[in-house]
Design a protein around this ligand. Structure first.
Ligand SMILES: [Zn+2]
Length: 98
């Protein structure tokens, strides 16, 4: 399913959410402890704070099922790290909130 179109992946994540397959996963935004479905990167609010290019990157690297197997692809790990770097570079002024 590596080459699955993004729309298909979005559908997969929606189905996982509808299924109530949410668990012990927190939003990846630093300091945010909202619970989100394992198949999604983070809560809606923070996801949409990310630039489009990073969101596309996450989508491209995401492989349906990775949240079950707990073995995301190297691409996904790299994309997730890039997102953390972006947040660190762009949100430092909010650090005092936490
Ligand atoms: Zn969040």
């Amino acid at each position: 399913m590596t080459g699955a179109p993004i729309a298909e992946k979005a559908e997969y994540v929606r189905a996982a959410i509808a299924d109530g397959r949410s668990g012990e996963h927190h939003c990846h935004w630093p300091g945010c402890d909202r619970r989100v479905p394992p198949a999604s990167w983070g809560c809606r609010e923070h996801w949409y704070k990310l630039p489009q290019r990073l969101r596309s990157k996450i989508w491209r690297a995401f492989r349906p099922g990775q949240e079950q197997s707990k073995t995301p692809s190297a691409d996904y790990v790299a994309a997730a790290r890039e997102v953390q770097d972006w947040i660190a570079a762009n949100q430092t002024h909010q650090a005092s909130l936490f």
